[in-house]
Design a protein. Sequence first.
Length: 551
Amino acid sequence: MARVRRGRGRSLGRRFGWLWTAYAVSAFGTWLAFDALPLIAITVLHAGPARVSALAAAGLLVGAAVAVPLGPWVEFRRKRPVMIAMDLVRCAALLSLPAAFALGGLGFAQLLVVSVVVAAADIAFTSASGACLRALVRPGDLLAANGRLESTTWTATMLGPPLGGAAIGLFGPLVTVAANAVSFLLSAAGIRAMGGTEPRPARSAGTRLRAGDLLEGWRHILTGRALRPLFLNQILVSGLIMATAPVLAVLMLGRLGFAPWQYALAFAAPCVGGLAGSRASGRLAARFGRPGTMLVFGTLRACWLLGLAFVRPGAAGLLLVIAVELGLITCMGVFNPLQATCRLEWTPPDRVARVLSAWSVSSKLTIAAMTGLWGLLAGLTGPRTAIAVAGVLSLATPALLLRNRRALSGPDALTQVGTSASVKNEGEGGPIMIEIKSIEKPDDRRDFPRGHVEIANLSGLVFGKATFEPGWRWTESVKDIAGTDLCEVHHNGYVVQGRMHIRMRDGAEQEVGPGDVFVATPGHDAWVVGDEACVMFDFAGGIGDYAKAAH
């Protein structure tokens, strides 16, 4: 199992260690079998260019379409069983290929089906694992955790394809596919070894999947002032980078006459920059601030792609590609963990899976569309011109970050606490100020059985948003945490949703529901009425101590 340390400090925990180990095993397996399916189509089934292109497109397009309803489905289920199930699905799908070949029944249609199944399962696994990671580590450790996962990705990217290429040369592509399938089986075992209990997510409006759930991830992204520019920037940059990859391969391996090993070296060696960048990401953010670090490296990341349009034959051309890729990948290594951490922090826990699913689906669809478009462009203008166009467009992408640079601080980026320029009214009521925070990014969150409370601390106000699931009762869920027989917190509340029954110490009882404003003095029990979650806003300062462990 991977040994997990935060720098030279404390461990991120045994359960994260198993998650990291599982991720590393499956990542190495995936990169070991990189491009194995197209190679099977070419070398085993003797497919032509049209079929090979269809195979690549099917995995991205159809797989992404199939994955659209999986986001809401994943959201309201325990994440680790979903991750294990997706690992087993990918394992079974991939193992069907060597099994069919051994029985003499391998066909192109099976390759297409496997490609779609694996792509859809990838998206479902990604959305579940992101939600699992957020629940698994402390909020302050998210960047460290994402940095470790990012460094593992670049290590696998650097080592996997050369080892996979050698394995394919010795044993054929079906063997590397089988090895990838085994890696998913080992990943499932690692996730299973995490242990512990995982509560089942509760829906506030029944258990049936609603049509609106399918679009909730995109709705949250596109209406969020913080997430929207980050999302648009990321999918455009990724799309441009991936769209130029096959065009650059045609240019280098065709017109410029580079050998396949030189082409592989040009993209494997620079991955060391991704490893270095991901390890430095946390330190840079700690020193220069997360928004500034993201802005600088998000801008630098866009400056490298244009350089690939100037590649020439020979050693100088090879060194140019390595230098450009090294700069690009190093910037990505710094930027990606920060972006992944912000995405998790800026998304409410009950929407993480849907947001990650929507993000992955959008990214894959964008890459597929732009790859096809750039293939047409290269056919009309030539590979070098197509790469140059992508490079010029890439230079424009930092505008999304620069124009929204305050949003990089998060949903509460508009928080301003300060006196006005004029203080002539100081004696009439104190400094003039405005302070704004988003409860979507609370200052504190406390979880307890069947519920949680989110706290925003402002000048002169402690605001709380409390969510209580069906079956919650104070004496059963919070009593042991508070260390008192009854709730001793004063509540000034407003009920947003659901119903709550309150019983005072003297036996007086009342029930509150949507739209009710109420006051409940210390010394009471309370419980949710019915099968709908109860959501309340609390404006009394005492909510800041709610569900705090007694000392």
